[in-house]
Design a protein around this ligand. Structure first.
Ligand code: F3S
Length: 397
């Protein structure tokens, strides 16, 4: 692998132990994947923030980099943490967990990482431009950045995203390369897409079709899609298909330059209905937890929830998960007050998947196909998957 004199210098350790370690990680990755060189990145986004996932071993890795002089060289933001940084007690987070989580955040902060704690960095200031190379690791955001924005990033692990941040580089392989961004399977969508949960269901259906082959889908037949719908679709496609890139005719920026692949599958209404059914294994009266905001909610989605909850009172634990910056806007606009007056709780900086709530609830209702997957796999909850309006109704009965 070719390294420039500057990269050789970083690797030699002359700029500190942490930068050297970061360069070693990137060179090893590049060699595994056959990269010919490093390329500059304009931003990094790091997953692997929750103390629930990192534990002491992960924390030690971060502390060593911070103590070894590691400092970000490009704007770098963080995925959700295991708790609301300001309001963790109200969400039932144990104090010893909070202490571990604070040490994790402190290590990132010492390296200059911005503690946004969100999986929607593109809504809160880390918004790449078309064609930029990035090192992002949250799977839904990677899919969004590649597909909806037209930036270029592999799905990094937390350590490799941090290594890219500390050096400003990443090895050039995978979907940084134009030849690896060409679609090879067409999906003709003939189903009605009304709510963002429909896009989540669509992502599950397509994801499951491409999971084994890792095909890049070219999607036809979707007439329009909002930011929130694409956010939901990306989360689902990445979860069920491991996909980091799709093209959607008339919607995503690179689709117009693609030749639609000859091999074609059709998605109809019954496929979507089956997806809804497959993500629902709880009875309504079993639901003791409601969670909205996977991926983190936009301000518009919070406004909608506030309208749905205005003057009502929820009867079950109800989390509204979003980025801190988005919540601050919701505070100013009065949405927070309406939602909290209804008895729902904001869980900023975190989410129902990365918070340490395994076994705390029996069944969760949500409008997120991704959240259903992890609720079952990680937290052992049953799930009910519904459009947002019906999820809110579920909380009121
Ligand atoms: Fe975000 Fe947590 Fe869902 S990180 S995409 S809200 S699982």
């Amino acid at each position: 692998m070719f390294l420039t004199p500057e990269e050789m210098d970083l690797l030699s350790g002359s700029q500190g132990r942490a930068t050297q370690k970061a360069m070693q990680i990137l060179v090893a990755l590049g060699e595994i994947y056959g990269a010919k060189r490093m390329i500059p990145v304009t931003s990094a986004q790091i997953a692997g923030v929750s103390y629930d996932n990192l534990g002491e071993a992960g924390l030690q890795f971060l502390a060593e980099l911070a103590e070894g002089g590691g400092r970000v060289r490009v704007p770098t933001t963080l995925n959700p943490a295991g708790m609301d940084i300001e309001n963790w007690r109200a969400l039932g987070i144990p104090p010893d967990f909070a202490e571990g989580q604070e040490r994790v955040l402190n290590a990132y902060s010492r390296m200059g990482v911005t503690l946004t704690c969100t999986c929607t960095p593109y809504l809160t200031g880390n918004l790449p431009k078309y064609g930029e190379h990035l090192a992002w690791s949250e799977s839904s955001a990677v899919c969004y950045a590649n597909s909806v924005i037209g930036a270029r990033t592999n799905r990094e692990g937390g350590p490799s995203a941090l290594a890219a941040s500390l050096t400003g580089r990443t090895p050039e392989y995978g979907i940084h390369l134009p030849e690896n961004r060409i679609p090879n399977l067409t999906f003709q969508v003939e189903a009605r897409l009304v709510d963002s949960s429909d896009f989540g269901a669509l992502g599950k259906v397509i994801g499951e079709q491409i999971a084994a082959t890792k095909s890049i889908p070219f999607i036809q037949g979707v007439e329009s899609a909002t930011l929130e719908e694409l956010k939901s679709f990306c989360a689902s496609l990445a979860t069920y298909g491991g996909s980091a890139l799709f093209h959607m005719q008339g919607i995503t920026p690179d689709a117009s330059t693609c030749i639609p692949p000859g091999e074609q599958l059709t998605i109809n209404q019954s496929d979507l209905e089956k997806a809804y059914t497959s993500l629902t294994d709880a009875a309504g009266d079993e639901v003791d937890f409601i969670s909205l905001g996977c991926p983190h909610l936009s301000l518009g989605e919070i406004e909608r929830i506030s309208h749905l909850l205005e003057g009502k009172h929820v009867k079950r634990e109800f989390w509204v998960t979003t980025a801190r910056a988005t919540k601050l806007l919701a505070d100013r606009l009065g949405y927070t007050q309406i939602i909290e007056a209804a008895g729902a709780k904001f869980a900023a900086d975190t989410c129902c998947v990365v918070a340490p709530i395994k076994g705390r609830f029996t069944a969760m209702a949500t409008d997120s196909a991704k959240a259903c997957y992890y609720a079952a796999a990680k937290n052992k909850f049953k799930t009910i998957f519904l459009p947002v309006e019906k999820v809110v109704q579920q909380a009121l009965i």
